[in-house]
Design a protein around this ligand. Structure first.
Ligand code: ZN
Ligand code: ZN
Length: 263
């Protein structure tokens, strides 16, 4: 909205108005100009004070209501009869008023621009600070994530250790369970054997070796324990040795023979 000397309109000097002047305008001795609305409003009071510069306007010609586009008849008569130097003096003062207004408007625009630039700088500063604080927050969060990851790794490690231990315990338990089952089965077998010999109910004698000797051939694990187990185990190994002998007999005869000699 820059205004050159040739722009054909001035703006109302009332701060919140700044409307383009047309029709009638109120001109003051302090070189200010107002629209018809603000001029008639402000200068109806007494004493009149300029709303732009607070000058007291008490003189008879300090405030003039001027028609901005005068008629041809008016223009033909207003300076007629005056000496040339007076005509030029009046013209020069009117031009000075105009150039002052243009200058004021220019100053106002520059002020507005610098204020906008200042606001822009302030906003940029605020944005930069916000960015910096976000960056700091982000760095702190990243650090937190890293430490949480470490904690999680530690938990994972502990978990795998504990589950490893649990699996080991489970294996031990399975082993014991197997052992227990085989012992129980053996006792049942022994019990059944005795029952066959001694059919009397409620009279199970486990101490006699009769039942055990009478028991028919079982898989080797049932004979690995007990006082007569050794002989039976030996016979099992003999059977194994015979098997091994047949396996070794064709490619390595000597080895197979020496193995079987031991028994
Ligand atoms: Zn106005
Ligand atoms: Zn003024």
């Amino acid at each position: 909205m820059s205004m050159s000397l040739c722009d054909d309109t001035l703006l109302c000097n009332f701060t919140k108005c700044r409307t383009k002047l047309s029709g009638f305008a109120w001109v003051t001795a302090c070189s200010h100009v107002f629209c018809d609305q603000h001029g008639s409003g402000e200068f109806s009071r007494s004493p009149a004070i300029c709303p732009a510069c607070s000058s007291a306007l008490s003189g008879k010609l300090d405030i003039v209501r001027t028609e901005l586009s005068p008629s041809e008849e008016y223009k033909a008569m207003v300076l007629a009869g005056l000496r040339p130097d007076t005509v030029l003096d009046i013209s020069a003062r009117a031009l000075a008023f105009w150039s002052y207004q243009v200058h004021q408007e220019h100053m106002y625009q520059e002020y507005s621009l610098s204020r906008a630039e200042e606001q822009l700088k302030q906003m940029e500063k605020v944005l930069t600070q916000q960015n910096q604080s976000r960056e700091l927050e982000l760095t702190a969060m990243r650090g937190e994530i890293t430490s949480l990851k470490k904690v999680m790794e530690e938990y994972k490690r502990k978990y795998s250790e504990v589950s490893e231990r649990l699996m080991e315990r489970n294996r031990q338990y399975q082993k014991l369970q197997g052992l227990y089952d085989s012992l129980r089965l053996r006792n049942m077998v022994v019990g059944v054997g005795e029952k066959d010999k001694l059919p009397q109910p409620g009279h199970h004698d486990f101490s006699t070796g009769v039942a055990r000797q009478a028991t028919p051939q079982r898989s080797p694990q049932f004979f690995s324990m007990g006082h007569d187990g050794e002989s039976r185990l030996f016979s099992c190994l003999e059977a194994d040795g015979a098997k091994t002998f047949f396996q070794f007999s064709s490619p390595a005869r000597e080895k197979g023979r020496s193995y079987i000699k031991k028994h």
